[in-house]
Design a protein around this ligand. Structure first.
Ligand SMILES: [Zn+2]
Length: 303
């Protein structure tokens, strides 16, 4: 086992990360040490990190020098003595979701309500998240990282580490579909269908049996490529042409869609979301709206 490793560390805001040689950490009893083979990169990460302390002064990023890196995948190198279901050599994705695990919110399955809820290797949405960064200071931009056993997702051999580095985005869209109880026979409206989250929701929604997917976007060429995934089940519309809510209603005989997934980019006007919520999702008692875009990274129901 090597004693030192290379990690990309950020020493100050608005500076490039530097490659530093630091000690390889020892996993605590309930943790594992993962040798990172791939890590997803959030395209907007530098912008988010540099502005986070201004945007959300009460929500911490890790103390400097900090190791970021949100969606790592790799091989388990070592396990703590209390780790039961994971062994060295296992191929894993490391989920960035961290919480205390023992409070009322965690025990009832609402981990995002935990006062320590944190995205390891990125930022925390909780004032007390620095406690988690203290326990888990290693993000994916590091040769080795420690992680709690509960954060590991076992990878089958036919899934590459590079593919697993996209699990964060895929999982976000999958979570929205699960929350919406997506299933056979349903019609969904996906606003922002051409982005990473929108395409993920489309592919997963097709696999989950959605009968029809109505998708909106701004780029006609990308819209055509999404439609080509399943031309008989996907309808597309450019947001430049028409209101998304009105269009969706015209395709469903005036009825509401079963649910809306909003995967619009951070700079998209809020009017599209409001329109879809009111006119496409608003009609039926069972219809709901799930936002997965970075700006509105939370779920909500149109009621
Ligand atoms: Zn908790």
């Amino acid at each position: 086992m090597e004693k030192t490793m290379i990690a990309a560390r950020l020493h100050a805001l608005h500076q490039p990360m530097s490659l530093d040689r630091i000690p390889v950490p020892k996993p605590r009893a309930t943790d594992v040490l993962v040798e990172v083979r791939a890590c997803g990169i959030v395209p907007n990460m530098a912008n988010v990190i540099n502005n986070w302390p201004t945007w959300f002064p009460h929500q911490p990023i890790p103390k400097f020098p900090a190791i970021f890196g949100l969606d790592p995948a790799g091989v388990v190198a070592e396990v703590g003595e209390a780790v039961i279901n994971v062994k060295p050599g296992d191929r894993v994705y490391v989920s960035p979701l961290r919480s205390c695990g023992s409070c009322k919110a965690c025990r009832s399955g609402n981990r995002s309500q935990c006062r320590y809820y944190t995205l390891n290797g990125y930022f925390s949405t909780s004032p007390d998240g620095q406690r988690i960064f203290y326990l888990y200071p290693y993000g994916g931009f590091s040769q080795y990282m420690t992680a709690p056993e509960y954060a590991l997702v076992s990878l089958p051999n036919n899934l590459s580490f590079l593919q697993a580095g996209r699990f964060g985005y895929l999982g976000t869209s999958y979570g929205a579909l699960k929350n919406a109880k997506a299933g056979p026979g349903q019609v969904a409206l996906i606003d922002g269908i051409t982005g990473t989250l929108g395409v993920a929701a489309t592919v997963l929604g097709l696999a989950m049996g959605l009968s029809r997917i109505l998708g909106t976007g701004r780029n006609d060429e990308l819209l055509q490529r999404v439609k080509a995934l399943a031309p008989d089940r996907i309808e597309i519309m450019s947001l430049a042409d028409r209101s998304s809510g009105e269009w969706a209603r015209s395709l469903t005989g005036g009825e509401s869609v079963d649910f809306v997934i909003s995967a619009l980019g951070a700079k998209a006007p809020a009017a599209t979301m409001v329109d879809s919520m009111r006119r496409a999702a608003g009609g039926g008692a069972a219809s709901s709206m799930w936002a997965v875009s970075p700006k509105t990274c939370r779920s909500m129901s149109s009621g």
